[in-house]
Structure formats: structure tokens, C-alpha cells
Design a protein around this ligand. Sequence first.
Ligand code: C2O
Ligand code: CU
Ligand code: CU
Length: 453
Amino acid sequence: RTDNSTDYYEIIQKEGQVEILPGLRTPIWGYDGIFPGPTITARRGRQVVIRQRNKLSVPVVVHLHGGKTPPESDGYPTDLILPADSNYAATAHEGHATVGGIGYGFKDYTYPNEQPSATLWYHDHRDMFTGAQVYRGLAGFYLIHDAIEDELPLPKGDKDVPLMISDHIFNEDGSFFYPSVDPTLHEEGIEDGYHQGVQGDTILVNGAPFPFLELSNTRYRFRLLNASNRRIYKLALDPPPPERAAFIQIGSDAGLLPAPVPQTELIIAPAERFDVVIDFSHYAIGTQVVLKNLDGNHTTSQVMRFDVVRSQPDDSAIPDRLLPDEEALNPAQAEVTRRVILSRSGKRFRINGKEFAPNRVEFRPCLNSTEIWEVFADIPHPFHMHLAHFQVLSRNNQNPASTDVGWKDTVRVGPREMVRIIARFTPYRGKFIYHCHMLEHEDLGMMDNFEVV
Ligand code: C2O
Ligand code: CU
Ligand code: CU
């Protein structure tokens, strides 16, 4: 439904059966019963309201990752949508205060879309169960378009392809294997392989194992999203195009870059997005180009295949400038510098020595202020902030990586690394979270609250 200012959608969260491995049925939990969920497209400045109905047997929470969303609609982890027709027994945190309230059977989420064109995604965010629920299929793309993007001659239509990369473990009957359904059980109840973060041995792209895409010898735009619970990929093309970078990066997590950046390899941590153009005119017709994962082995070293099958004139281009000039945030304007220490403690995970508690607010940035956060990690942790977008200033006091460009909402922090970011706390007041995006780390405590005041 649509009116002058708003597009309305309804999504039903329910179980589905999909064929992922040939001849086998995989039960999933999906938005509208499919995996990935339906892709939502939005226009900058035009509001979207999504009614999420919960027909699953467990509570759910929906978060629009990368969205500038008012706190009531941001998917705070205790803002549960309870199943429509069952009595659900609350677990520990679920008795705590909520931000946007509890939904009984459904909840309406309002997304203002007052932000530049970008590749966002929506996924489950239920307190202590995000890993288990995203793994079962609760994730989908949400694309914001705007007039600036419309004007650019970038590849469009069927040459603009979102690719959701995730990894899973399959049981023999084709069902997903997940080492724990209930991390609140005593330790004995949690199987090995849960605490470190769940890593699959089968990579899926948009829900399919090692798929191929037949394409023409032209430019294509790919919106790469790592929707895996824990795995970090190092993506490259095999064969690489002769004498040039494989990928021309045009966008980061939060939107287009001011200017394109050539990249040979892309290290993509959970929840990060890279918006890239690949120019297949550098390959002969008949070439099969594999998108590889240089950090994988055996079954995880190949992601998908591009088959260059036909020749076609190309009217797309990658302009030298993608955005009108935009200033980098100036560290001299930062009002506060904060430290965030991500560390593992036995089988739990902490931020600044503490586990997530819904009622404890750690930091109170002022509305519209700029802050520097220094994020330290003991082992790799992708650091994500809700609401605030940021730029990367340095890694271990050195220059950031070439892939750290642009506005981001998630940044990979390596082992014993300190990443300094500069963030803008705009445009809403209220309580939001920041956390590690290795979802089991988040579920096991590596999450905290900030309140924009
Ligand atoms: Cu993509 Cu708080 O998460
Ligand atoms: Cu988020
Ligand atoms: Cu982590």
C-alpha cells in the first residue's frame, strides 16, 4: 500500500522449505518464508512502514542494519515481537525494559530513509539468539536509492546485483546444523563450536551453493554483503583481469564513495558491504571467472562463478566523481575520545570488561556531536554501531587500509589491533547499541548501550 509520503509493506516471518542441496529440503526461518528475505527498495526521503508478523514459534526482533532509524523502530534486542499464538516464557534479559515496546504477534517498523543511497540489510536481532535466528535465514536486502545515484551512468537493472554471502553446516537430511539453539542453557548444553562463533563449511550466495551467473562482456555492479555469523572472507577474482584491479569499489557500508577506488582483494567481515563494479570486457567470451575466497580451504575457497557468455555493447561508465565533494570528518572537531575494549573471557565476551545489560548505558554522546572511538580487539571482532555512521581514521596508529574508505557502520578490527574511528551521532536521540557482529560473540555478551542525549 502507498500514500503521498509512505510505502507500506507486510512481511510474515514463518517457516519455509527450500532446496539448497540438490534433492534435499532445508527447513528455514524466513521473511515471507524465503531465504534471503524479500529485497525492499526505498527512495531517499520517502518513508517505509513495514508490518512484521511473527508466525514462528519464537520471539523475533527486526533491525535495519545501516539504517538511520528512530530508537522505537531500530530493533532493540528486547523489543520482542512475541509469536502470534503461543505463550512464550521470557528468558533472563527479556524481562528488562524495552525501548520500543513488545509486539504481540506483530509490530510496525518505521524507516524514514533520510539518508543517501546505500546497500542496507535487515536481519533478526533477538537478545541472545541473533546468531541462531539469522543463521536459520532471517536476513534480507534493503536498498535505498536517490537522485544522485540515478544520474550516474553506473550499471543498472539486471546489471546491478546484490550478493548475500553466508556459510552454513548441513545435516545429512539437508537441514541446517547449528551447534546450539539455546545459549542460555548451562554450558554443558552448548555444543562445541558455538562459543568461538559458528562457521560453516558450505558457502551460499543468495541462498545457493556455488552458483553461477551468465553474463555479457560488460560492466556489472555487485553489492557484496557478508551475512555470515562469523566468517571473514578475502575475495578475489580467478583469473584476475589482465593488468588491472579486479574490483572498482564505488560504495561502502553507508553509501557511495566520493570517487571510485580500485581494489585487488576485498577483506569482508560479517555485516560489511562492498559496492563494486567488475568489468567483464577484459575477459574473452567463454571465460569462467571464479569469485574466490583466498582465506578459505577445501569447500570454502570458492564463492561463485561468473560465466561470460555473450557480447553486448555497454552504455555504462564509472565516473571519476561519484558524489559532490564531501569533507572528511575532522578529528579536531571531535568532542570526546572513548575507548572500547573487545575481549574474550572464557566462554563469554565482554566490552570494557562487562557483558551486555539492557539497563546499563555506557556512553552518552550528544545529538549531532562528533566523537572519536578507539576500538581495541584481542581476537578479530567486526565492530558495529547502530544509528551512527563513521569513518576510519587509523589502524594501530597507521594509515587505514584502502578498503576502509567511505562512511561505514561496521569495521573489522584485527587481532591485537586498535582501530580509531570518527562517528557522527545524528539524527535521533535515544538508546541504541553497539556490538561485535560475530553474532555468537554478540549473543554471549559483546554488546553495549549508548544513549544519544
Ligand atoms: Cu547487523 Cu546490531 O546489527
Ligand atoms: Cu545495525
Ligand atoms: Cu567478536
